[in-house]
Design a binder for this molecule. Structure first.
Ligand SMILES: *[C@@H]1O[C@H](CO)[C@@H](O)[C@H](O)[C@H]1NC(C)=O
Ligand SMILES: *[C@@H]1O[C@H](CO)[C@@H](O)[C@H](O)[C@H]1NC(C)=O
Ligand SMILES: *[C@@H]1O[C@H](CO)[C@@H](O)[C@H](O)[C@H]1NC(C)=O
Ligand SMILES: *[C@@H]1O[C@H](CO)[C@@H](O)[C@H](O)[C@H]1NC(C)=O
Ligand SMILES: *[C@@H]1O[C@H](CO)[C@@H](O)[C@H](O)[C@H]1NC(C)=O
Length: 325
């Protein structure tokens, strides 16, 4: 064999070897690099490069597919503190689930999280994240579950969020988020669970909600929303079971069309500026268990049809101008 052929052959095997090993180690290297950036990674003792071959069998919180690509990183409640800035998301092209909830992770949610193109489940709830929701989150087109509940994330919600057309569960409650231009927000047809509660949302009722017809749970409570509840909202959400608009500044009357919310079990409209009378049609929502309308400006007679609500076990109408005759 000629010298240059031998050289070429060696070179060929060397590059093959390097390609294989680098493809195999990228995820381990990325994970250990991130682990080393955390201030107390004692729960991640099993994450050792010397045990790289056991990544899929024995590393805490790691699940792989049968091609040994990491599909799940599940590290909820592991006492982790540090940031995500050193975690190289592009090392996990097959990741479908990332759960880092209930830790002390801080800093920003990195824009590079948008590289997790297969992600269906992202749970960062109950950490110390600050900054904004990165617009790149709108690249996670497979996302079905997004939970950022109970952090310190601020600023307007990016309209890119509404590109997530597969989203069915969205919880961004208990942050410092504010309203975007809702008219730029698209309909999320599969959305069933939405929590915007305990934030700094202001201005009018989010218009896109009236077209999310699969919604079963909606919490906008404890914000600074104002204006009237649009008529189209009452008539468009036949599956809605839980509605909480309390502790805002909504005004205007409760529409008689509230009876079209025919699956409601809980209605919370307390501490707003709602006036007019309670419509008699409320008595036809037979699923109702809890009705809380306290601290509003309701007047007139209490709708006698409320007496027909056989499942009702909580009724609070205090601090209004209602009378019983
Ligand atoms: C898994 O890790 C434990 C300790 O964390 C060790 O005792 C065990 O031998 C490891 N198993 C494999 C297959 O690497
Ligand atoms: C990852 O995301 C960042 C920020 O969005 C981007 O600049 C970068 O090109 C992405 N990298 C890969 C490998 O996709
Ligand atoms: C409700 O969700 C189903 C899938 O669960 C979807 O096919 C349908 O288009 C949605 N309906 C509306 C009105 O958005
Ligand atoms: C109730 O909704 C219908 C449309 O479904 C609308 O035509 C009607 O005006 C609404 N009723 C009230 C009192 O606004
Ligand atoms: C309810 O409040 C609005 C705005 O303040 C007012 O225009 C309307 O007349 C009130 N309606 C009733 C029935 O008091």
């Amino acid at each position: 064999m000629a010298k240059h052929q031998l050289f070429f052959l060696c070179f060929f095997f060397l590059t093959q070897y390097l390609t294989l090993t680098s493809a195999k180690t990228t995820a381990e290297v990325a994970l250990v690099r991130w682990k080393n950036s955390l201030s107390d990674p004692s729960s991640l003792k099993s994450w050792r490069l010397s045990d790289a071959q056991s990544l899929c069998s024995n590393w805490t919180g790691i699940v792989c597919d049968n091609l040994n690509s990491v599909t799940n990183i599940d590290l909820n409640n592991q006492g982790l503190s540090g940031t995500l800035s050193t975690l190289d998301f592009s090392a996990f092209p097959s990741l479908t689930s990332l759960s880092l909830n209930i830790n002390q992770l801080q800093g920003q949610i990195p824009p590079s999280i948008g590289n997790l193109s297969q992600l269906t489940h992202l749970d960062l709830n109950s950490n110390l994240f600050v900054g904004v929701i990165p617009a790149e989150i709108g690249q996670l087109l497979q996302l079905e579950y997004l939970n950022l509940y109970n952090n310190d994330i601020a600023d307007a919600v990016p309209v890119e969020l509404s590109k997530l057309l597969r989203l069915s569960y969205l919880d961004i409650g208990s942050n410092k988020l504010s309203s975007p231009d809702w008219s730029k927000f698209a309909t999320m047809h599969l959305l069933t669970h939405l929590n915007f509660g305990y934030n700094n949302f202001n201005g009018e009722f989010p218009s896109f909600l009236s077209s999310c017809r699969n919604m079963t749970y909606l919490d906008l409570s404890n914000n600074k929303f104002s204006g009237v509840i649009p008529e189209s909202f009452y008539t468009s959400l036949p599956k809605l079971q839980f509605l909480d608009l309390s502790y805002n500044s909504f005004w205007g009357h409760i529409s008689p069309n509230i009876s079209k919310l025919s699956s409601l079990t809980e209605l919370h409209l307390s501490s707003n500026h709602i006036n007019g009378s309670i419509p008699e049609s409320i008595g036809s929502i037979s699923s109702l268990k809890v009705v809380e309308l306290f601290t509003n400006a309701l007047t007139g007679r209490i709708a006698s049809s409320i007496g027909q609500l056989k499942n009702l076990n909580g009724l609070d109408l205090r601090w209004n101008g209602l009378n019983s005759i």
